[in-house]
Design a protein around this ligand. Structure first.
Ligand SMILES: Cc1ncc(C[n+]2csc(CCOP(=O)(O)OP(=O)(O)O)c2C)c(N)n1
Ligand SMILES: [Mg+2]
Length: 349
């Protein structure tokens, strides 16, 4: 039985045996080689983008806060690969991975981090505010949990205007102790909004481990019973599992006309932000999660199964490395925003 059938069989999505779904190999044969390579390409693009951001932060080209997505690539790429052009995306401040997975321009993303005029938000938003309405990518939000009601509003517009599509809202475990999290879940359930709540549970909110700050255990998805929102857990280090889970969730949302909740168990390999000594976790834990690194594990599996070759993987890597070098060049050579524009695009009521 495939994991999809297994999930369908469950009346309640809360019953899913997470251990089995983690071990299962969801749909490796249901994708063709190009789809596999595209998933790998996107994950590798994100990792290299983040590595380049780290270097350019250290040398002063990028300023302000910098939160890297390294380690969580399978989650962002898996989820966004199952969405359609008609779907809205709203996310938190750890947003570079989602932006690149959605296909936002790499040069303009990097230029935004460099604070340049050519950036996605004209250089005035920076790392936490990547935005591209033409791709229905509605930010990049710095206030923890602040994106949840915005996403609910977008999904309400889809419902009200009878538009095709759903809204996906990414958020971290840290936002689940914000009042607005519970308010949004409640209202979305009451109004039957076409929204996919997508929790990236990386076990830490800054230096706070969830077992220190959460009542009710390490799993968040069972609590969705309270809101009567169907939910499921997925291995966030397995791009295929996340892709499949999101596909199922999207179909369910549109068919049943109800919200859905996915909890993706993942891990950030780096500190909360660039300047984080990580004294709150030990190296053994990091090393354990690094064994699941999707940038290593996924191509290894594809090569073992003879779906692709080492040569093909290396070719993708060198193409991506060139894209990143070009993006750094583009960002470095772009102009700063002019002082005359400082008050443009600002709305205060
Ligand atoms: C309302 C609010 N409170 C506090 C902060 C400071 N802050 C920034 S990130 C963060 C932790 C969020 O953790 P989580 O949601 O788990 O996301 P992760 O960093 O793990 O991706 C906090 C407390 C903030 N930005 N907004
Ligand atoms: Mg977290």
């Amino acid at each position: 039985m495939t994991s999809k059938q297994k999930i369908e069989k469950n009346k309640s999505f809360h019953d899913i045996d997470s251990k089995k779904s983690r071990k299962s190999n969801p749909s490796i044969n249901s994708l063709d080689i190009n789809e596999h390579l595209e998933l790998f390409r996107k994950m590798y693009l994100i990792r290299q983008f983040e590595n380049a951001c780290g270097q350019n932060y250290a040398n002063g080209n990028i300023r302000g806060f910098l939160h890297l997505y390294s380690g969580q690539e399978a989650t962002g790429v898996g989820a966004l690969s199952s969405l359609k052009d008609s779907d809205y995306i709203v996310t938190h401040y750890r947003d570079h991975g989602h932006a690149l997975a959605r296909g936002l321009d790499v040069n303009r993303s990097m230029a935004e981090l460099f604070g340049k005029k050519t950036g996605l938000s004209k250089g005035k938003g920076g790392s936490m505010h990547l935005f591209d309405a033409s791709k229905k990518f509605m930010g990049g939000h710095a206030i923890v949990g602040g994106q949840l009601p915005l996403a609910a509003g977008l999904s309400l517009s889809q419902q009200y205007e009878n538009k095709d599509g759903i809204t996906i809202c990414f958020f971290g475990d840290g936002s689940t102790n914000q009042g607005i999290y519970h308010e949004t879940l409640n209202l979305a359930a009451v109004w039957n909004l076409p929204i996919l709540f997508f929790l990236e549970n990386n076990k830490y909110g800054m230096g706070s481990s969830i077992d220190r700050v959460r009542a009710g255990g390490l799993d968040f998805f069972p609590a969705m019973n309270t809101y009567e929102i169907p939910s499921m857990e997925v291995d966030g280090m397995d791009v295929l599992a996340v892709k499949e889970a999101t596909e199922i969730a999207r179909e369910k949302i549109l068919k049943d006309k109800k919200p859905f909740f996915i909890e993706s168990k993942t891990f950030r390999f780096v500190g909360h932000s660039y300047a984080d000594g990580q004294k709150y976790r030990n190296q053994d834990e990091v090393t354990m999660w690094e064994q699941k690194d999707p940038i290593i594990v996924y191509p290894k599996k594809l090569i073992e199964l003879k779906i692709t070759t080492n040569r093909e993987i290396n070719k993708i890597k060198s193409e991506v490395d060139n894209i990143i070098s070009d993006a750094i060049k583009f960002a470095s050579e772009s102009e700063e925003p002019s002082l005359n524009e400082i008050y443009d695009d600002i709305l205060a009521e």
